[in-house]
Every structure is written in C-alpha cells, then in structure tokens.
Design a protein. Structure first.
Length: 352
C-alpha cells in the first residue's frame, strides 16, 4: 500500500492512499443490506479548509440518523455523494492539519461530522471540521470518546442551556445512547432526575444516578407522572412515544417548563402529531408547553465542556457492545432493536 507522510514540528505521520470503508450507493431496503466493505477505498483528498484536519479514525459509534437518512426514498441518494460511508461520531488521531488549525499532528481527538458526508466515520480516514474536532483527554479511551460526538453533545447542549441546580428533570428513555448521557449530565448539574425505561434497565439507570425510574411497560407513564404530584422544570424526550406525554405535560410540569425532543419514530402519525404541536394554538387545544426539536450542533466549547465532565468522572460513557469494523451490519441490526444499553461502538482502526 502506497503512503505519504506529513510532518509537523517533530511529529511525522504516514498516510496511506487507500483505506477500508463501508460504502453504499443505493439503498432499496435497509442500510446494512446495502453496505459493502471496500478494502481499497480512496481517502478524502480535497484540500483542507482553514481549521480542518485529516483524522485516522480509531473508533466510531452508531446513531439512528445513519440509516434514517440513507433509507429516505430518493432523497437519501440525492443528499449524499456516492459511494457514501455512514457514520458521524469518531475518536482518533490527527495525521494532517491545515495551516490555521490549533490542533497538531499526532493529537488524540474526538468529535462529530455533519450529516450528508460522503466520507463518514465507518471509514479509516475522515476530514474533521474546526468546530467538530476536539482534543480527547488521555484518561478517555478511543471507544469512550467515539460515543460523545452526537448523543453526548446534544444532551449537553440541551441541559446546560435549560436547567440549573435544584431543577427537577424528566428524561423519557433513560437507558439508550442519549438517555444515559442526559441522566448523568443532569445529575452533574445538580438536578433531581426521573427517567422512563424498561424493568430490565431500571437498575442501570439508578446506578447512573436516577432518583426514580418508571417502568413504561408496567404502567402508563403519563398516569404515573400525574399521580406522583411531581412538577418538572424540564422534559427531555429521547423516544417520541407515547405522544400523550407531551399533550398531558401540563399535569406534571411547571408553567414555565420546556419540552425538548431528541429522538422520534418516523411515521405518518407522528408527523401529523408534530404538525399540531407547532401549528395549533394553545386555546384551540394545542400544546401548553414550549416544544422544540434538538439536534447536535458542532461546537468546540460545548464538546470541551462535555469532555471535561467525562475526564473528571462525573459522566461515564455507557457502551453496550464494541464491534470490529468487519461486523458493522450486525451492529446496525442491534441498533435497530432499540434495546441497546448506552452506545454501540465500532473499532475502526486495523488491529495491526
């Protein structure tokens, strides 16, 4: 395999001309069915923009948006240059920088890519942006760092901007990728935290600091919240179900409470319900609480703030399972079940 080298100060890194990468060109059924592992895929070769860097990916983690975007009829193929490699979260080592970059060759980093990238993190090399590439503290492993770019960042941004010490927070879906981060970040900010989860995950959530866990399979969540008499300052919905959780929020939230949604099930019914949340005025039966969708927005300072919490042991990335790069289709199948406890990680860098 041919290689080139880059030198910064006293550090020299070899860069191959080809890499291993999972790619897809058409998606007729599922993303995992469309993927092919290309052992001689080209590296991203465009000139680096100011602040960008070329990164050797050591680990990546999976997110539902990976397959949701690819599986959109027509739009998925039109939105992304082909052949495309999925993946947004990463942790790795910088092998080349632009002159304006504040980072260095050889530096450990983590972060996120923006959606619609041709060269995603399930390939061995990516181009990281200035805002989306952040130093990875030495005490955080590559596998842990790979979980932080999307789920960790979006929950950090939601909570830091909306809650304060002493607030009571409800997290719908406390045991998944976003939920396990949200629970711990809220506790680190001094909040009282209630979560919903299945009975199998109650102990996990309590171990992470939840003050109370509601088994959504054993009882009606909205009824349980109404009967509790608790008034919440903030609701973070990682699931999007049941829809009644939003419409009945007036019964268990304070008047100035906010309702923020991260996750959702893509269905026609949900789209109609969502439209009513935004369009229907409160006096005609619309929602009584401010509603918004949250998306992870690459931000250097926010990512550093999250990394600081993890480095200090206040937040611990929860990893359900680590897959080798060769087993990405199996990893996506597990992600689809919605039963992962925390994040699903892929070890991207070759063991050699």
């Amino acid at each position: 395999m041919a290689t080139t080298t880059t030198t910064t100060g006293t550090r020299t890194m070899s860069i191959p001309t080809i890499m291993r990468a999972w790619q897809w060109s058409t998606c007729k059924t599922t993303l995992e069915a469309a993927l092919t592992l290309n052992s001689s895929a080209p590296l991203p070769t465009r000139p680096l923009s100011p602040g960008e860097c070329l990164i050797h990916v050591h680990a990546a983690s999976l997110n539902p948006v990976d397959y949701k975007l690819a599986e959109l009829p027509v739009i998925g193929c039109m939105a992304i240059p082909m052949p495309a490699t999925p993946g947004l979260d990463f942790a790795g080592v910088i092998v080349k920088t632009s002159p304006e970059s504040s980072l260095e060759v050889g530096q450990r980093v983590f972060g996120k890519l923006e959606p619609k990238q041709q060269y995603g993190t399930l390939g061995e090399y990516i181009i990281g942006s200035k805002a989306g590439t952040v130093p990875l503290p030495e005490q955080i492993s590559f596998e842990e760092g790979a979980t932080m770019g999307v789920c960790g960042l979006v929950t950090y941004q939601c909570l830091v901007k909306n809650v304060e010490n002493g607030d009571r927070v409800l997290i719908n879906g406390g045991s998944g990728g976003t939920g396990t981060f949200a629970l711990q970040i809220a506790k680190a900010l001094g909040c009282e935290v209630f979560v919903t989860c299945s009975a199998a995950n109650v102990q996990l959530c309590k171990d992470l600091g939840a003050d109370e866990a509601i088994d959504y399979r054993a009882q009606n969540v909205t009824s349980a919240l109404e009967k509790s008499g608790k008034q919440f300052d903030f609701v973070l919905d990682n699931v999007g179900e049941p829809a009644a959780l939003y419409w009945k929020a007036t019964h268990f939230t304070k008047k100035d409470a906010k309702y923020v949604q991260i996750g959702s099930q893509v269905s026609l019914g949900f789209i109609f319900d969502l439209a009513f949340r935004f369009v229907m005025p409160a006096w005609l039966g619309g929602g009584q609480r401010p509603f918004s969708f949250a998306f992870a927005s690459a931000n250097f300072d926010d990512s550093q703030g999250l990394a600081d919490l993890v480095a200090k042991g206040k937040v611990k990335p929860v990893i359900d399972e680590v897959f080798d790069l060769e087993h990405v289709p199996e990893a996506y199948k597990k992600l689809r079940t919605g039963r992962a406890k925390g994040k699903i990680v892929v070890r991207v860098a070759s063991k050699s």
